[in-house]
Design a protein. Structure first.
Length: 735
């Protein structure tokens, strides 16, 4: 009995000792580390923001973050210090159509490039006269600029373990098909690589590897958190399972299905590694539902609240206070002292061209926003496929490091259009850069259709520092021109023309240019139908001219703000004619064409668009080639002034002018209702415009869509000269 009591006492003592010892150990044992895995899913990844909001509300501390694609972008921002509310503001304030394209604001496009903006719907590199497909539809310039701006405070941090929350993002090596876990380097480049959807975005080259969206091989990076040291894992999966046959109803579903063939098995394996798995209901959304960002965030919140009790229990078990935002990035930097500027990647483009386009120099204070606009101007020169930057702090200031990838030296471009005025047209273009000299450009345009033409232009800078350039333009074509008498169509004729211009241009600014040059114009009337037309069949004119152009509009189609101004003064002299009765057109001609346009936003939906255009030809006996024309919705030449309610080129005289005012309302995104009005006059001299004795009016109502292939517009119009309805339809960009 005594022996039994002793044994029992020893057992009890041992148990008490063990419990006390273990309690001491557990008291000293560090809390478990919590990892957060965010999957890829395109726009569906916006649901991650809602989950982050609930995690902060529950007070769950995050020690590690991993992400792929959109999960990588949002996770990366959270890792460097952005809280959920700030990320939400960023996501909901973006114009995603612009952000996911390469369309920079028109103000940042070089003046010599603005005439070509909005003409082409496709661009393809070619070598040895063989057209190649691009590596991606979009180079990702705008998303790269946003990521660089959001990451300003950590540009110098190369080890992702040194972020406030250690971070990993996943990309895929397009050559080997392997998942690549990015844990160091320049964060914006890593995030850009992780979201490079194959074919949609161009791949990103990092450390000798060509990287694309990690979602094609490893869309839900949970095991990467285990490798980082996470003890407890919260996983948020917004990826798709494989669709059933009756669900494959669109290009988006087909594309997602092909992306998910090899990913779904890996995702299921990763889900089993999660301690808490959150699956938002996103069945009503797809990878391009960026216009539904707020709804997706809400779905993320709802899914996280389904496990809120578990999240709160996890927070309680860690016995840590919420603590709020861990780190607030200093994104409101007022100015930086640029100690030095370094440019990497130049091959054929001269450094002087880069300095000229940047418009900034070292040794001065600049705001980061001005630096970013300089980067956009450099990209807007069209000599580069990719332009990225980063700030690196150095003693006494900051170094600006710019990395460029030069544009393919030769590209083929395509445009198309149909309009009630000029009918159908197909535009084929080839452009060669740096072929003659650094900063040179040769462009060939072939327009096929009812009004065919062939145009060639050459431009090159004639100084080492861009600002002064020389251009040579040559074009020939023919067009159907209609003749009206008192608003009645009386005939039409085929007008053939050939023009040559040699100009010296001052292009120091992206919003202003001035040029002086010589001009040769050859005109020929090939045939006349229903019209007794006096004059020569062939005529040639030589002249000199000066042009001023100002353009601060924010975009080509349906601009929201800015202004444009042009003034074009020509002096012509007759050179030769093939007809003996040309004496009636023997006088010299001075031609002035000018106009101004201004656009102002009135809130987020309304915009007013006003313009004044006029032209005046000075000379007693001048050829109708130099008359100013009124009519139509668009203009192919400065002498052709649009007028709502009239047919194309309906009225012609030595002087003509019009004042137009449009009120535009955006009913839905890129869908507009437009009320247009104008007043105009024409005559035989400038006094006819000034006196205004025969003013007439026009009105129109239009429904328009800003589509991927250009503006689509249908208009119903009237004018005070004839009480009949006039309709107009246009599809595609004007060229």
């Amino acid at each position: 009995m005594k022996r039994s009591v002793i044994i029992l006492s020893v057992i009890v003592f041992s148990l008490i000792h063990t419990l006390l010892f273990n309690s001491v150990i557990s008291a000293d044992k560090p809390r478990p580390k919590i990892g957060l895995a965010l999957s890829g899913g395109g726009a569906k990844g916006m649901a991650h923001i809602g989950v982050l909001k609930v995690l902060e509300e529950a007070g769950v501390p995050i020690d590690f973050i991993s992400g792929t694609s959109m999960g990588g972008i949002l996770g990366g921002l959270y890792a460097i210090g952005y809280d959920a509310k700030r990320i939400e503001r960023i996501a909901t304030s973006q114009d995603w159509d612009i952000l996911l394209s390469d369309n920079i604001v028109l103000q940042n496009l070089s003046m010599e490039e603005k005439e070509e903006a909005g003409k082409y719907i496709g661009s393809f590199p070619f070598t040895n006269f063989k057209i190649e497909l691009p590596k991606g539809l979009v180079s990702g310039h705008n998303i790269q600029m946003l990521l660089s701006r959001l990451c300003w405070p950590i540009h110098y941090v190369e080890d992702f373990n040194d972020f406030p929350i250690p971070f990993r993002c996943v990309a895929a090596d397009i050559e080997t098909g392997e998942a690549v876990v990015l844990k160091s380097g320049y964060l914006p480049d890593a995030l850009r690589a992780s979201m490079s959807i194959p074919s949609a975005f161009t791949p990103v080259e990092l450390d000798g590897r060509l990287l694309v969206d990690g979602g094609v091989v490893h869309n839900f990076p949970v095991e990467d958190l285990i490798d980082m040291g996470a003890d407890i894992i919260i996983g948020v999966d917004v990826g798709d399972l494989l669709f059933k046959r009756d669900e494959l109803n669109s290009l988006v579903e087909i594309f997602s299905q092909t992306m998910n063939f090899n990913v779904v098995p890996d995702t299921k394996r990763q889900q089993k590694l999660c301690d808490i798995l959150i699956k938002p209901d996103i069945s009503d959304f797809d990878i391009m539902s960026f216009d539904k960002t707020e709804a997706l965030i809400k779905q993320g919140e709802l899914a996280a609240r389904l496990v809120l009790d578990r999240l709160e229990a996890l927070a309680d078990s860690t016995k840590l206070e919420t603590g709020g935002i861990r780190f607030i990035p200093t994104t409101d930097i007022e100015s930086l002292y640029l100690a030095d500027i370094k440019i990497n990647g130049l091959q054929k483009v001269s450094p002087e061209l880069v300095w000229g386009k940047l418009g900034i120099k070292k040794g001065i204070w600049l705001s980061p926003e001005k630096v970013e606009r300089a980067i956009d101007r450099l990209y807007g020169s069209k000599f580069f496929e990719r332009v990225t930057y980063k700030f690196l702090p150095v003693p006494g200031g900051t170094n600006l490091i710019i990395d460029v990838k030069e544009q393919h030296p030769s590209v083929f471009r395509l445009g198309m259009r149909y309009g009630s005025d000029l009918k159908s047209a197909l535009l084929l273009n080839t452009t060669f850069r740096n072929l003659v000299t650094h900063g040179s450009k040769i462009s060939l345009d072939l327009i096929l259709g009812d009004n065919p033409s062939l145009e060639m232009s050459f431009f090159a800078y004639i100084t080492r520092n861009p600002g002064l350039g020389i251009s040579l333009d040559w074009n020939l074509g023919d067009m159907q021109v209609y003749r009206y008498d008192e608003d009645v169509l009386t005939g039409d004729y085929k007008y053939e023309y050939q023009e040559m211009e040699l100009n010296v241009m001052n292009v120091n600014s992206n919003s202003f240019s001035f040029e002086l040059g010589a001009h040769y114009h050859h005109a020929r009337i090939q045939k006349i139908v229903g019209l007794d037309y006096p004059g020569a069949k062939d005529m040639g004119f030589f002249g000199i001219h000066g042009k001023v152009n100002v353009n601060t509009l924010d975009r080509v189609s349906f601009p929201r703000r800015g202004m444009s101004l042009y003034a074009d003064l020509h002096t012509y002299r007759k050179q030769y004619t093939s007809s003996p009765d040309i004496d009636m057109f023997n006088d010299p001609c001075n031609l002035l064409i000018a106009g101004i346009r201004t656009v102002r936003e009135l809130g987020s939906k309304f915009a007013l668009d006003g313009s004044v255009n006029f032209g005046f030809a000075d000379g007693e006996n001048i050829h109708p080639t130099f008359y100013v024309y009124l009519g139509g919705q668009n203009s192919r030449h400065a002498k052709m002034i649009p007028f709502i309610g009239m047919d194309y080129l309906q009225l012609a005289g030595k002087s003509a002018g019009a004042i137009q005012l449009s009120a535009r309302y955006e009913m839905w995104k890129d869908r507009y209702f437009i009320f247009k009005s104008n007043v105009g006059d024409y005559g035989n001299d400038l006094n006819d415009l000034i006196s205004g004795g025969s003013k007439f009016y026009g009105f129109g109502l239009s429904f328009a869509v800003n589509s991927l292939i250009g503006p689509i517009e249908y208009s119903v119009m009237w004018n005070s000269r004839r009480n009949i309805q006039h309709t107009y339809f246009n599809l595609g960009y004007m060229f």
